[in-house]
Structure formats: C-alpha cells, structure tokens
Design a protein around this ligand. Structure first.
Ligand SMILES: [Zn+2]
Length: 237
C-alpha cells in the first residue's frame, strides 16, 4: 500500500478511530467479564438439572417394578388362600400332606416377592431423598442465578449505554478516514488492539519497543507522510 500521499491529519483521524475502537473493545470485554460469571452459573444449573434426569428415570422404573411385584404378591396370596380352603376341606392324609407342601412353597414364593418389594420400595425412598436434595439445590442455584443476572444487568448497564453512544462517533470518524489506512487498521486491530497507531518515543517504537533508524525517526518528525515501524508494522505518530 502507498502511504506517501497521506498527510499527518490522516494519521490523526485514524488515531480517533483507534481511540473510539479501543473504548468499544474495552466496554465489550468488561461486559463479557461480567457475563462470564452468569454463563458459569447457567452451566452449573444445567449440570444439576442433568443429574436429576437419571434419578427420575430410575424412579419411573422403580414404580413399574413395584406395580409388578405388588401384582405378583397378590397372585401368591390368592394361591395361598385357595390352598388354605382346600386344606380345610381335605379328608385324606395324602391329599392333606400334598396341600401342606404346596402351601409351604406358595408361602416361600410370596415371602420372596414381598422381600423384593421391600427392597425396591427402600430404593425408591432413597431416590426420592436424592431427588428432594437435588431439587433444593436447583432452587438455590436458581435464586443465585437470578441474583447474578440482576447484578450483571446493573453492572453492565453503563457499559451498554457507553457502547450505544460510541456507535455514531465511530461511524463519523471512519467516514473521514482514508480507506487504505482503515483497511490496515481493521486487519491489525483484532490482534493489536488500540496500539495500531503508536507514538515514537525518541527512537523507540511505542508498540514493539524496538529502535527505529534515525531516517525513520526523521520522517515521523517531519509529519509529511504516514510512517510504519519496520519491526512491527504499526503506524508511528
Ligand atoms: Zn514497532
């Protein structure tokens, strides 16, 4: 690119673009800093909700198993009742002892089902406790999240207003700035920030802090053209 045709005023106009752009990126980074806290609180909240899902699915399974075991227990109980009636009516010794054996088997069957049922109900209780604790933590996290959200909104309010007020001045400063300089500025600004245009301190570049030749220094002094640091390619003023 050719800078020779651009005078000192051009670099001053670019400095104004840089000043406003620098403020904008400062406010944006301040807002991002505050929002980081909010985002991390949101992530924590999501994490807690994620922990709730497997508990609820296990509770659902537990209820299905409970219903099945309750049914099995009732079937076993019916068999026992029927068997007892048959025993009451039994008149022959062989029939009696056969029914007795059968009753013992049914009793065992029912005891096993009931034992399983108790275990499942205990597990459900345990899961319900976990669910309750987790819901409490989620509610607390929700409260915290609201607080943080209010805080972030309040703390970033001024920055947002500042940003809003800088929009127009930036547009105005850019409109009167040389296109070639702007293009170069826009290319460098994301990595360099508000040090695309730097002052020359003696013979030291204000950006990379390396010394420039006396020839470069004189050009900057003369102020008749846009001078670039040979080491870091920043604009010198
Ligand atoms: Zn430099």
């Amino acid at each position: 690119m050719r800078h020779e045709e651009v005078d000192l005023e051009a670099i001053d106009r670019l400095k104004e673009v840089q000043r406003i752009s620098g403020k904008i990126s400062l406010y944006l980074s301040e807002i991002a800093k505050h929002e980081k806290k909010l985002n991390s609180a949101l992530a924590d909240q999501q994490l807690l909700r994620g922990q709730l899902e497997p508990i609820e699915s296990r509770l659902g399974q537990g209820q299905i198993i409970t219903r099945k075991l309750e049914l099995d227990s009732k079937v076993a109980e019916d068999k026992i009742q029927k068997n007892r009636k048959q025993l009451d009516q039994a008149t022959q010794a062989t029939e009696f002892s056969g029914l007795k054996e059968q009753l013992a088997r049914f009793d065992e069957e029912k005891a096993a089902v009931d034992e399983s049922l108790i275990m499942v109900l205990e597990k459900i209780d345990e899961l319900r406790t976990q669910e309750g604790d987790l819901n409490q933590r989620i509610a607390q996290a929700e409260e915290q999240l609201d607080e943080i959200r209010t805080e972030v909104t309040a703390n970033t309010h001024d920055y947002r207003n500042e940003l809003e007020s800088l929009h127009k001045p930036l547009q105005q400063a850019r409109v009167i700035t040389d296109d070639e300089l702007l293009e170069e500025f826009d290319r460098l600004f994301p990595s360099l920030g508000a040090t695309v245009v730097v002052t020359l301190d003696g013979s030291t570049c204000g950006g990379c802090h390396l010394n420039v030749s006396s020839q470069v220094g004189e050009k900057v002094q003369a102020g008749k053209e846009v001078v670039i640091c040979p080491s870091c390619a920043r604009f010198l003023s």
